[in-house]
Ligand binder design. Structure first.
Ligand code: SF4
Ligand code: SF4
Length: 182
């Protein structure tokens, strides 16, 4: 895993333009089955990905926390919300709360999360590759291809499943999404 993570930023950079191009096309004309397809590709990838061998998201990024996350985690830690905020959180330029510390202070040496059951929604949903209207999260997904090997693989699988074919008829590119995959 160490090697995979080391090589990932360069591999992601090499695929960046290709991935951006795909997102542009997905936004322009999303295939009807995109939501289902993303769930399928996400589940397939995470069947073979062991996040406990990786934890790169917890080591390199800080999730946003919403009000419910703050209330839930503060209660779990038996802290007043204000105390929890002061001790663990900061507010970014985007006015969102996130953990102050990277790697995450709740990440344990064996890569387990010490607040797993009450972890932030953003952690539960990371890397967002199974969410609806996936075509709307280009920036975060492109960034995640350099952090999360599963996201990188899902993007590669998506491109294989949805080959975009161009013809120059009428001087305009024509795109075609093959349904179902394979
Ligand atoms: S709260 Fe848990 S899942 Fe979220 S970043 Fe920290 S260690 Fe990772
Ligand atoms: S979600 Fe991605 S970056 Fe996070 S632990 Fe799993 S494979 Fe690694």
């Amino acid at each position: 895993m160490e090697n995979i993570l080391k090589q990932l930023p360069k591999k992601a950079k090499d695929k960046e333009n290709e991935n951006k191009k795909l997102f542009k096309k997905l936004r322009k004309k999303p295939p009807k089955h995109l939501d289902n397809l993303m769930v399928e590709l996400h589940n397939k990838e995470f069947e073979k990905t062991n996040c406990l061998k990786c934890a790169n998201c917890c080591k390199t990024t800080a999730p946003w926390l919403n009000d419910q996350d703050i209330a839930r985690i503060a209660k779990h830690l038996k802290l007043k919300e204000q105390k929890f905020i002061e001790q663990y959180l900061e507010i970014g330029e985007d006015h969102e709360f996130s953990f102050k510390q990277i790697p995450c202070v709740f990440l344990m040496p064996d890569n387990e999360c010490s607040i797993y059951k009450v972890r932030p929604k953003a952690c539960r949903e990371y890397p967002h590759t199974n969410r609806r209207r996936f075509q709307q999260i280009e920036a975060v997904t492109i960034a995640n291809t350099a952090i999360c090997p599963a996201t990188f693989n899902i993007m590669e699988a998506l491109k294989k499943t949805l080959p975009i074919q161009y013809t120059e008829k009428g001087g305009k590119p024509r795109e075609k999404f093959r349904k179902g995959g394979g």
